[in-house]
Design a protein around this ligand. Structure first.
Ligand code: IMP
Length: 207
């Protein structure tokens, strides 16, 4: 039998929301640790030109320095009318230190001010995993949709208030976490990854 996974695996993040999501999906079958739980408080560079590059850089950084099995993710919003921007620069689209969701969203709406609907776009997530033998694996997830002309809803995070998935009448920020996860870029990437990861982990009746 091929064994893909260790008992302990590090998710190269300190984002509590992402960690919780992962732990719910894998149940008790794997012990998923955050960076702070392994004593890693490094400022890991995220300056690769692609989502794949950033996810791999983060996973390699942790494996090389902390000698643990590790996976990392990176996400971007690709808007067709902007030639795929903000893409890999989504977190810092409005400049500064980044992760200012209101400023990023405001810039996006400004850039699209003269673009008629539908302003088609997609979220893409890449997960990079380095297995116990040092082999690298990539998993992808995406969701197609369009950019609204004004924010709608106050749930979710980041660009959620201005992103409406294809076939929906509401934005991601108007959906429950379960509704979003069922179709989202990250949900799809995580499901592909965990299916691989857990393919050699039996589900015990007590779990
Ligand atoms: P990260 O790679 O997960 O840190 O994502 C980069 C940026 O993409 C974040 O700062 C957010 O602005 C945006 N982003 C990532 N995932 C989502 C999402 O699920 N909804 C809305 N925005 C997101």
């Amino acid at each position: 039998m091929t064994v893909h996974t260790p008992e302990n695996i590090v998710f190269a993040t300190n984002n509590a929301h992402k960690l919780e999501e992962l732990r719910e999906i894998v149940g008790g079958r794997l012990n998923v640790l955050s960076l702070s739980e392994i004593g890693c408080h490094d400022d890991i560079p995220e300056d690769a030109p692609t989502l794949e590059g950033n996810a791999l850089t983060k996973a390699r950084w942790v494996r090389e320095r902390y000698h643990v099995s590790c996976f990392a993710d990176d996400t971007g919003l690709e808007v067709d009318a902007l030639g795929g921007a903000p893409g890999v620069h989504s977190a810092r689209y409005a400049g500064g230190a980044g992760h200012d969701a209101a400023a990023n969203t405001a810039r996006l709406l400004r850039e699209l001010a003269d673009v008629p609907a539908p302003r088609t776009a997609r979220f893409r997530t890449v997960i990079a995993y380095i297995d116990p033998d040092g082999r690298e694996h990539l998993f992808h997830g995406k969701v197609e949709g369009e950019i609204l002309t004004a924010p709608a809803g106050d749930g979710g995070f980041g660009y959620d208030p201005v992103f409406r998935p294809k076939g929906w009448t509401r934005s991601f920020a108007q959906a429950s976490p379960d509704e979003k996860n069922a179709v989202s870029h990250r949900g799809n990437a995580v499901r592909a990854f965990t299916a691989f990861l857990l393919s050699d982990k039996p589900v015990h009746p007590s779990e």
